[in-house]
Design a protein around this ligand. Sequence first.
Ligand SMILES: [Zn+2]
Length: 279
Amino acid sequence: MNDLTYIQQRFVNYIETIIKTDKLSHSYLIELGDVSLDYPFVLLFVKMILCPYSVSNIDGLNCNRCNTCQLIDEGNFPDLEIIEADGMQIKKKQLLSLKEEYQNYSLIGHRRVYIIREAEKLNPSSANTILKFLEEPEEGIIAILLTKNRYQVLDTILSRCQVLSLVDSTEISSVDDTVIRFIRYLISGDDLFVYYKEILDSIMPDKTVAKEVFDIVEKIFIQFLSGQENKQTSFLNDTHRDKILSYITIIEEEIPKLVYNINYKLWLDSIFSRFVEVK
Ligand SMILES: [Zn+2]
């Protein structure tokens, strides 16, 4: 995998860190941009999770050569189940049989993975089937849900997953778009959020721009809280209410500091780390 984009490289760094530090979560929602380009990164992650040599190999975190890695590439690894939508929906019975199979303990290795493609096609009934499974999985079972748009995934699912994104966030064209993207990062609880700090630095090169951006962000938040539905607030929802209140508080406390002769970089670092705490 040569010539990785910025966001792909970030993704690889991040999953390497997860594996090295043994901080694997039970469930991930991975947002994909171009599915054909991004899916190999999902498989890389799966191999990192399942390959028995993954941590000891010095060339990288997964060997790509062992029996496990080869079977994964061929789509024949028994402890990796891939669920795809049956037509327009992922049906309840597909998940029931997954559950049944995975609750039978017949592990080859110490972990099993299941992937649900197009997680936005989980309807409330099929979602219900796996909620408990996502929440209290059997030891060693890891869920990877994929979607092209996390905002189309049911909140009940979203809130139980760690979100990683492979969507390129560098295509920023207008200020409005920039602001919306920024709000999406704030709201999403994305684990890659920490990497967006660099992008924020470029969006807000100085105090004046930062004040403009945060003024718009605050306005959009307030519109949402006061129940004004519009295009800009359409992706926000009720479960974000508390977060949004915290963000407004932070913005209102931090923005007035800009009139003083402060070190702008330090100020941006500080507001950013306060945002991360809310996440
Ligand atoms: Zn391997």
